[in-house]
Design a binder for this molecule. Structure first.
Ligand code: ADP
Length: 623
């Protein structure tokens, strides 16, 4: 039971420490359950606000909270943000020297920290164990909890150490786990492997209404990227590529064409990575070209677009990467440039992942199988003509019943409904006649009667369907195959050959009971969402001219503080908070504390400088 006293305390901490007036969906229920001593599993999309769900109760529980987190950059960022808010927190990971670890653990033992972040590899070290066995641990929080599941896209065997740790502790603490991966298999696996006891499970809606999704089948990706970036000059954007080589190529192409861009991938040395990342975060370079090594834990709220130069490996990764656009809630675009080559690149990457020595042979095989299955679903996303948003939400187990979001490339395009029953039947006949020995390329070539040496060597000219669609577009037949895969009429092998075979749903077509149609057309130029004021933070787009002027001045004050304190500007205050200051124009401490995102601690550190800036603006514009 949560008493009114605790309720007041909770709201107080939310406002005073974090500077927020109210909880976002799901947060309060999770906090309440943790405070009532119940295990929790929180499944919320990127940007929904998972951190508050455990940081807030951590401050109210009597002992220490241990947060297991997979990425050093993520931990550093979180600890910085907590320290800025006046909360004493620390991290234990390989970024610290042995001396620093000793000091941090000593301080933790003395009760100086309420929250200690730790990398999973550190959990079984003697010093860490000595600390947890002797300290008062109130809660263990598992961030990015899908890493514990073999079904997850990011399985880390070292996450299994968490289970041993929980068992070892003299008193079982509350266990809370958080992830943005919502597939049923992963959800169940987290609860089961972590041994959550009757957990309170909260899955919040995954839809991000402000994001516009589009897939472009693209033959000239460089030109397309350049065109997009040039027509969005001054806006902040991320361009994700599958490989370092592509990152370098796109980066140089943009530079050559006069775009202020930077880049990020694991092949650059630490200093350069840090420097490039901070140029992007500090808004000095609006565009960053990066591999998926970039972005975890980065909470830059004014990213207006995320372009994918290559198709990512799975929907989970795509939704997370694309989700870095529009965290401020203003319109943003997520555009994926697809080419069939992307499938091959990703298969190669999946196979190289198996070389990771952290895995046993059995684990490697299981991980690979799941990766290939997920890749397939990602490819289907790139080929579907139905609502893209709906496809992704369904993937995460959310069914809205709406099939038309009116805010994605497919819903905005005009398609013609085309009966392709004959083509589908002939595809099935060919697949059956060749005893499922071939992939889509050979099937299409057979139907079109192509005169290629490879086809001849397979002897396909003796099939009854050879050449029945001579002269018909290759894309159309491929499109029908993709649709048949989506509808479960065809299935394909899980290896790199993608051998096609008839699936359960094929019988209806072969017997003539069912007909098949597809949506077909060259895509029309999609109707884009309305743009907000160019090159201004969208959070500020509703301000008048004076407001915008003040907004720019406040940004300068923020940048000055950020540089002095060596933290990203958004950790000082978000754009949204600055915009709220411009709208409310506070004159006193009390009024400043009414601004969304300003808590006591931050006010004490920086409030005066922002009040002065606002007062100066008032006197100069005569208000
Ligand atoms: P996630 O971990 O789910 O991706 P974060 O915890 O990083 O998301 O939060 C995303 C953003 O939302 C951060 O800028 C955070 O400060 C902000 N935020 C979280 N909770 C609230 C709230 N109750 N009110 C306003 N902003 C919030």
């Amino acid at each position: 039971m949560i008493t009114s006293d605790i309720k007041n305390q909770k709201i107080n901490v939310l406002k005073k420490v974090f500077g927020y007036d109210s909880f976002r969906p799901g947060q309060e229920e999770i906090v309440d359950n943790i405070l009532a001593g119940r295990d929790v599993l929180g499944i919320m999309p990127t940007g929904a606000g998972k951190s508050i769900c455990y940081q807030l109760p951590a401050l109210m529980l009597s002992g220490i909270t241990i947060v297991v987190s997979p990425l050093i950059s993520l931990m550093i960022d979180q600890v910085k943000a907590l320290n800025e808010a006046g909360v004493h927190a620390a991290y234990i990971n390989s970024a610290l020297s042995e001396n620093q670890v000793t000091k941090a653990l000593y301080n933790a033992m003395c009760g100086r920290y309420k929250i200690v972040y730790v990398a999973p590899e550190r959990l079984e070290t003697n010093r860490f164990l000595e600390f947890v066995m002797n300290a008062d641990i109130s809660m263990i929080t598992v961030d990015e909890a899908h890493c514990i599941s073999q079904w997850g896209q990011d399985f880390r065997p070292s996450y299994l150490k968490i289970v041993n740790l929980i068992k070892l502790l003299p008193k079982r603490p509350v266990v809370s786990a958080f992830t943005a991966t919502a597939t049923a298999a992963v959800k169940d696996d987290i609860a089961c492997v972590l041994g959550l006891e009757k957990p309170f499970v909260k899955v919040t809606g995954f839809d991000r209404e402000n994001l516009y999704f589009e897939v472009r089948h693209s033959k000239h990706k460089d030109a397309e990227v350049l065109d997009y970036v040039l027509s969005h000059r001054g806006e902040s954007g991320i361009i994700y590529c599958a490989t370092r080589k592509n990152v370098d190529k796109v980066y140089l192409m943009l530079k050559k064409n006069g775009v202020a861009a930077t880049r990020y991938h694991a092949g650059l040395d630490n200093d350069m990575r840090r420097e490039n990342q901070s140029r992007f975060i500090y808004d000095e370079t609006p565009v960053i070209v990066a591999t998926n090594a970039f972005g975890m834990g980065i909470d830059k709220s004014n990213v207006r677009y995320v372009l994918h130069y290559n198709m990512p490996q799975c929907i989970e990764n795509y939704y997370q990467e694309a989700g870095r656009a529009g965290r401020d809630g203003a319109p943003a675009e997520c555009i994926l440039l697809f080419s069939p080559q992307d499938v091959i690149i990703n298969e190669f990457l999946i196979d190289s992942k198996g070389e990771n020595s952290e895995f046993t042979e059995q684990e490697k095989a299981a991980v690979r199988e799941n990766d290939i299955r997920r890749l397939k679903k990602m490819r289907y996303y790139c080929n579907t003509k139905d609502c893209l948003r709906e496809y992704m939400l369904n993937y995460f187990g959310e069914y809205s019943g709406r099939h038309d979001c009116q805010h994605c490339g497919n819903c905005s395009a005009v398609f013609e409904e085309r009966d392709v029953t004959d083509i589908a039947v002939n595809i099935l006949k060919t697949v059956n006649e060749c005893h499922a020995r071939f992939g889509a390329g050979v099937i299409v070539g057979t139907l079109r009667g192509e005169n290629k040496a490879k086809l001849k060597s397979y002897g396909v000219s003796r099939y009854s369907t050879f050449g029945v669609y001579r002269g018909v577009s290759e894309n159309l037949i491929k499109g029908v195959i993709e649709e048949m895969l989506l509808e479960g009429i065809l299935a394909e092998s899980d290896d790199m050959y993608h051998l096609l075979r008839a699936a359960d749903e094929a019988q209806g077509l072969l017997s003539g009971e069912l007909r098949m149609t597809i949506k077909w057309s060259e895509r029309k130029e999609a109707v884009k969402p309305e743009k907000t004021a160019k090159s201004k933070s969208a959070a500020a787009s509703e301000l008048d001219a004076d407001g915008l002027l003040l907004f720019e001045r406040l940004r300068e004050v923020r940048l000055e503080i950020a540089r002095r304190e060596n933290v990203p500007p958004y950790i000082v205050f978000s754009d949204k908070t600055l915009a709220d200051m411009c709208a409310k124009r506070p004159r006193t401490k009390e009024e400043m504390l009414e601004v969304n995102g300003v808590g006591e601690n931050k006010y004490n550190r920086y409030g005066k400088q922002f009040l002065d800036c606002i007062a100066k603006a008032k006197s100069s514009d005569g208000r």
